[in-house]
Ligand binder design. Sequence first.
Ligand SMILES: [Ca+2]
Length: 343
Amino acid sequence: MKLADLHLRRHDDGTYTAIWGPFLLKSGFQPIFRMTGGPARIGAFEALCRPFRDGVPSSPGKFFPLVPKDEGYLVELQTRAVHVLNAPAVLTGNEWLFLNFDPSMFTSRGKILDALAILNETIAIAGFDRKRIVCEVTEHRTDEAQLLSLVSAMRERGFKVAVDDYGADDSDMERVRKLSPDILKFDAYWITKLMDSGTAGADLLKEMVTTFRDKGIITLFEGIEESWQLDLAVDCQVDFVQGYVLARPQTVPTNFHDFRAKLPGAGAGTGSQPPTRVPVKSSLDAWDKQYSELMDAPQPQPVAVNAPRAPSSEQSQMRPDYAADSTGFGVRRPPATFGKRTR
Ligand SMILES: [Ca+2]
């Protein structure tokens, strides 16, 4: 699989999309706030797939089950590619970029190498610093050798690794022990349950954040939707917080510029109560030098690329004559069996 097989399009507004069957795959970005080691600020973004059909948004929860198992790998490649290409316009503060990887898609060494080669290629095109990439390895029952091989290949290429959906199971602890992630994303459902369970739950969360900090692992709470939960997260001294209470995902082209402008000072928060500074020692301290270097460094210039331009209307994305366009990123006709498999 090559970049040219991904049906990518560059639009007049500078955004990128991918075409998969009748769907147009756009990027969504959700801010992740850094809560420790200084005033709260946007420290990263998680990139999310935003599928559209005939110009109408389709929920990811409905879209992904439509993707046949053998096409899932392609869709992952497409979404990561558009996310990286869209990132420079969104991550203007040199934030980190969290990209999702479903390890069950990597059924061979070749697939790992191809996926990371394509990621490298898009990083070069976007002029993005690889040190800003965080690979989120999602929670799935996966062959262990396959998982370790994927994660070590990510590290060899200089990417950071996050374990996603970390919960309380023994399997989760085991996963952390084996993968030694840089970042741990606590499972949103589990956090909510613990927070709802009163002091004992909150104490457990706090204790876990401390334990991981001692191991040098950066912690992240996601799915924080209410201000009392945010207060609790701050109280737990977690490094990163992601959730609707702070910022919702936006589909590209985003207007995070306006959003940033509304942030109180260097702080963060869209509600009436901006998160407070947490003057604690943080796992991120160890990253601080690199972090500030990245934030301040001039970013590499994007390389010239002959991506075909797409007509501006989304409807026209679906024109069958696109299939004849094999230049640049290329556009391939959807598999003939597509309709049968997805309707
Ligand atoms: Ca994720």
